[in-house]
Design a protein around this ligand. Structure first.
Ligand SMILES: *Cc1c(COP(=O)(O)O)cnc(C)c1O
Length: 234
């Protein structure tokens, strides 16, 4: 067996300690296992040993390969850049899409969800830091997108997601996560809806995200340390 089950349990216990330290309720923050580039056998270990039933993937071909060989009761989260020509496949496989980053994409997901009889949840990705290399709405564009997102009936808008820069210091990270939390409050106010999810925080920065109201942290490398990657699936 790999180290992944051990690392998962360790990560979960660290997360629970941080929740407590931050005054969050125990179990309030979901630990989403990001399984991209990892072999299906290791996901199956986590499924069997730790009862994991949700995984995050960032590429459609790899998600398709894994859904084909792993148990059907797994709930898949799509967390990567989503090309419009992949929307149908992703809507058929994933229950939650974290990385919705344009208005046409929202409209396409809604239309295809209806055609396929699916009710995916989705989050709007926000590029809080303004890095040119990152996808996501700018805070300025977000409210226009929010008006489109709230009108969806098949696809269900559940909140916001962001990725912080990998090299940011702790103060900058805190500011980015705090900004996303405020943007969620503003969307709720503007659209008169409840958005339960804030997907933010990865292996290197999840403690700060939890201190700023994250409800889902997306963790990969901390759990899969030492596991050999698969060759890219096409
Ligand atoms: C890879 C990835 C993660 C996990 O990052 P780690 O640093 O490996 O924990 C989280 N979110 C997204 C969108 C990713 O692509």
């Amino acid at each position: 067996m790999s180290q992944a089950p051990y690392n998962y349990r360790n990560t979960l216990s660290v997360l629970r300690q941080i929740e407590e330290k931050c005054g969050r309720s125990p179990g309030e923050v979901k630990l989403l296992v990001v399984s991209k580039t990892m072999p299906p056998e290791v996901l199956k270990e986590l499924y069997d040993e730790c009862g994991i039933r949700e995984f995050g993937e960032n590429r459609e071909p790899e998600l398709a390969m894994k859904t084909a060989v792993l148990p059907e009761d797994i709930v898949w989260h799509f967390i990567g850049p989503l090309q419009s020509n992949k929307v149908r496949k992703v809507v058929k496989m994933a229950s939650v899409i974290h990385s919705v980053s344009s208005v046409p994409l929202i409209e396409r997901i809604e239309r295809i969800a209806q055609e396929e009889g699916r009710t995916p949840e989705f989050l709007l990705e926000v590029n809080v830091s303004g890095e040119a290399s990152k996808g996501g709405f700018s805070p300025d564009e977000l409210f226009n997108a929010a008006d489109v997102a709230k009108s969806c009936v098949n696809a269900r808008w559940r909140g916001l997601m962001t990725m912080a820069p990998l090299d940011a210091d702790d103060d900058t990270l805190e500011e980015i996560f705090c900004t996303l939390a405020k943007l969620k409050d503003q969307c709720e106010e503007r659209c008169q809806i409840t958005l339960p999810e804030l997907s933010m925080g990865m292996s290197g920065d999840f403690p700060i995200a939890v201190s700023q109201e994250a409800t889902i942290v997306r963790i990969g490398s901390r759990i899969f340390e030492g596991v050999e990657k698969i060759t890219a699936v096409r």
